[in-house]
Design a protein around this ligand. Structure first.
Ligand SMILES: [Zn+2]
Length: 364
């Protein structure tokens, strides 16, 4: 059998299993399954709670539709520099670009920003209302350099209380991206990871992280390969449910055999290949090879894809592929490498829904 045959078989098997289980669930059963979210679960979008099967298309679990990066207003003020312009400042443009992503087959986008990245919730609401694409907004804190000053004095429980309140009041549907600045979590970062896990345990909302080894910039000293695993250690110790945790930026590791990705998956979490199409340090062909190794190890149910959209260059209006680039640019690379269309659809459509979908009671 060729890899293409094997991948096709994997995809078919998964698809049939999901269909069969859907029938069981429709008949009143509640058997846990890998193929689709449980009946009654919802994706908490900014405008409404949505049943995962109520809309078609891919769900991109880590993008940015409203962000100022890397120099936020707070950091610019602190440095005495002017506040930089962001590609997402023009909300009309972001509405048009998101609408175009919808036409490219994207049904829902998770925005990975929060206030410490200058995420503007009212802009996201407008984009959701006018583009027709479901938008999930997130809560949390980015990394040490972005933390508001009062983080240092608060306990993890106090931060968790704040996160739960924000999630309830602002209709947040996830906690992310939760990051670290260097190779080792600072004390404050560890506290924030703990707080996020506690808030997640109370609300059910999923968590996605930012591994420091982003590939955009080499940090000094270099980030150890087990940094992603250590993020999971902290989240698990604080009570996180691995079925709703995604460790992000794993695609930026120089890990041809996907060893870190497989170690993570073995512990039950989703593995985020969420900087695809960003060809810095780790190019997409290496990411494709890592994904093939990951799929060959049997983890098709635990892969999440997204592009961490954070530059104006990729906007369609600037000649780029647009916000759907994970589906329209990277997806075809996987298919060309031997991944079946059905497996790709399973990853883009089913896995991300299962990651995001929570019980409606989950309001903390
Ligand atoms: Zn991001």
């Amino acid at each position: 059998m060729t890899r293409r045959d094997v991948m096709g078989l994997v995809g078919c098997t998964v698809g049939l299993a999901a269909l069969r289980l859907d029938r069981v669930v429709t008949a009143g059963g509640s058997a846990p399954q890998r193929g689709a979210p449980r009946r009654g679960q919802v994706i908490r979008t900014l405008l409404q709670d949505v049943a995962p099967d109520a809309f078609p298309g891919a769900v991109l679990f880590h993008e940015h539709l409203s962000i100022r990066y890397p120099l936020t207003k707070a950091l610019a003020d602190k440095a005495g520099r002017p506040v930089p312009v962001s590609f997402s400042d023009d909300v009309d443009v972001m509405v048009a670009e998101t609408k175009a992503a919808g036409a490219d087959g994207v049904g829902c986008i998770v925005d990975g920003g929060h206030p410490d990245m200058d995420r503007d919730l009212s802009a996201l609401k407008r984009i959701a209302a006018e583009s027709g694409v479901h938008i999930v907004a997130s809560g949390g804190f980015y990394m040490q350099r972005n933390y508001p000053p009062d983080i240092a004095a608060k306990t993890a429980d106090q931060i968790a209380d704040d996160l739960v309140r924000d999630a309830r009041e602002q209709r947040l549907g996830a906690f992310g991206e939760i990051g670290q600045q260097g190779g080792v979590l600072t004390d404050d970062e560890k506290k924030v990871f703990t707080a996020v896990a506690k808030a997640h345990a109370r609300t059910g909302l999923p968590i996605f992280t930012h591994n420091a080894y982003t590939g955009v910039r080499v940090v000094d000293p270099p980030v150890p390969m087990d940094a992603a695993l250590k993020q999971l250690d902290v989240l698990e110790a604080a009570g996180a449910d691995v079925k709703h945790v995604a460790i992000g930026h794993v695609c930026c590791l120089d890990d041809p055999k996907a060893e870190v990705a497989r170690q993570l998956a073995k512990r039950g979490v989703f593995v985020g290949f969420d900087r695809v199409t960003i060809n810095a340090i780790i190019p997409d062909d290496k990411r494709v090879a890592m994904i093939l190794a990951f799929l060959d190890a049997g983890y098709a149910d635990q892969l999440l894809l997204s592009s961490d959209f954070s530059t104006g260059r990729a906007l369609k209006k600037n000649g780029g592929p647009g916000i759907a680039q994970t589906k329209t640019v990277f997806g075809p690379m996987l298919v060309k490498a031997g991944v079946s269309e059905s497996t790709l659809t399973h990853i883009l459509n089913d896995n991300s829904r299962r990651f995001l979908a929570v019980e409606p009671k989950a309001r903390g």
